[in-house]
Design a protein around this ligand. Sequence first.
Ligand code: KG4
Ligand code: ZN
Length: 400
Amino acid sequence: MIILGIETSCDDTGLALIETRILDGVFECRVISSLVHSQADLHSPYGGVFPTLAKREHEKNLVPLLEKIIDTLRAMPSSVVAGYDAHITEFRALYSGQNRDLVESVCGAPFLAHKPHIDAIAVTQGPGLEPALWTGITFAEMVSKLWDIPLIPINHMEGHIVGSLLPSDENGGGWQRLKPLHMPALALLISGGHTELVRVESSRESRKLSYSIIGQTKDDAVGEAFDKVARLLGLSYPGGPLVSALAAQARERGIVSPIKLPRPMIASKDLNFSFSGLKTAVLYAIKELGGSGSLSDDLKMGLARECEDAITETLGAKLRKALDETGAQTVIIGGGVSANTELRAEFETIVKEYDITLYMPSRHVSGDNALMIALAGTFDAPPALQKIRAQGTKRLGPNA
Ligand code: KG4
Ligand code: ZN
């Protein structure tokens, strides 16, 4: 079975194709291709993701990316789409109000009149930015109608969990089995929008996994905290990797911050997080040190290091607490912040202490991508054609 994945929850437009099979009763998959078009440079001047711009960019990028990715299937048979003109008329009537540019892009793409060898579409239905999500969902709906294939709605955070189970994300790679989950399993999801500890359970009857959130942030997500501190230090968006690079320089040169930052909620009895105080503490520290104008490079490096240390210690402490409480045998780390070198080292240390298994995504799939969405689609067998809605959201008006 070949699954097309579509991801547009934030500022990355992702499309991926994977093939799956059951061999000797074991699920296997191979990555045909995964493409991500990052909008980070466009959002950088705004210091964060600008939703209307994200929507516009997804509308522009989806059709060309799809054309590129299905080219990898050209050796396989395709068929002519029946009732193509009627579909186009329907799309203009149904979707132009909210996604005019996308509809025109779809209607002006003759390659869509041929159905390639694809069995289902998995699309992110949430959580994420509404205008961005709806663009991907609307696109997926149109393609699934044209090609008469089922649509599988996927939770973006589930994507980050199962994405870490893939041994290799190599395009055009060989057949592979997913990393085995030793139960009970625990996921720590750290991204620009989420900080969550999730208990992962498997079902006896199917490959489906189930999830329960046992800890989460009460305010800012950890990636958001990195991004906000970056802005205070005069760095651009996305700020996480830049703060981390400054912190690494500080460690190399033995620079420490003269001001200690809080480790938010580190000693609280629950598994929740709070990162908004960190940004405020950095703001006050900068004021105390003479204001942003007089902040030397050494002070910036020291603050970046202190901030990264505060985040690492806090996440490490909560992960330990969650392991004590759940007795988890596997830890899965997911989300864009998992690219952070200090955090990866901390997680490695913790699992050694507990003598359990750690799965982290390769850096290539740690950020948002559609490969993880296509893979999550394979856990929801059998796919059924569904009318989907962005999770917990309403469709926006025409001006969104
Ligand atoms: O999962 P993701 O790609 O998008 C969301 O779903 O949010 O995560 C993006 C977040 C951004 O906040 C970015 O600054 C952060 O991940 N990030 C990092 C690093 N690389 C990306 N934060 C700290 N260190 C990094 N190396
Ligand atoms: Zn994400």
